[in-house]
Write a protein that binds this ligand. Structure first.
Ligand SMILES: Cc1cc2nc3c(=O)[nH]c(=O)nc-3n(C[C@H](O)[C@H](O)[C@H](O)COP(=O)(O)OP(=O)(O)OC[C@H]3O[C@@H](n4cnc5c(N)ncnc54)[C@H](O)[C@@H]3O)c2cc1C
Length: 105
């Protein structure tokens, strides 16, 4: 594909969260972006596809967490989140241990 710089304000390499959000925000300010992505999907390493109604994380499990209300409100405009709470335990010889190790261990 030929990139004519007259038609775009930005050429963004990668349609991961960074490139996608940058293009989205630029568009809100009237700027046009061309995104070059070498994979067949957007979302970068956070990409998921659905199998039998379940989100499969193609590049490894991703959990979103923030204590920043502005960030939380921003991401909620794009999708709904569930209330999954990440609790990691290790099973060692039948006993369950917290990960990372803490005072309970
Ligand atoms: C296994 C794993 C688990 C993770 N877990 C979490 C988590 O639980 N919570 C969390 O907040 N973060 C997690 N992360 C981190 C998160 O994935 C990244 O912070 C986020 O994806 C970064 O977004 P990005 O847009 O900068 O880059 P990326 O998501 O890496 O996207 C970059 C995109 O650019 C494309 N690209 C690269 N080079 C080129 C090129 N030359 N030409 C064209 N396209 C190109 C790539 O194909 C890709 O689609 C995890 C990452 C991994 C790998």
């Amino acid at each position: 594909m030929k990139f004519n710089k007259k038609n775009y304000d930005y050429l963004i390499v990668g349609a991961g969260p960074y490139g996608s959000i940058f293009a989205h925000e630029a568009a809100k300010h009237g700027k046009k972006s061309l995104i070059a992505e070498c994979r067949s999907h957007i979302g970068g390493n956070m990409y998921t596809h659905k199998e039998h109604g379940i989100n499969v994380h193609d590049y490894g499990a991703h959990i979103f967490h923030t204590d920043n209300k502005m960030v939380w409100d921003y991401v909620n405009q794009f999708t709904e989140f569930n209330n999954y709470i990440n609790q990691v335990v290790a099973n060692y010889k039948g006993e369950l241990y917290n990960l990372p190790f803490n005072m309970n261990t």
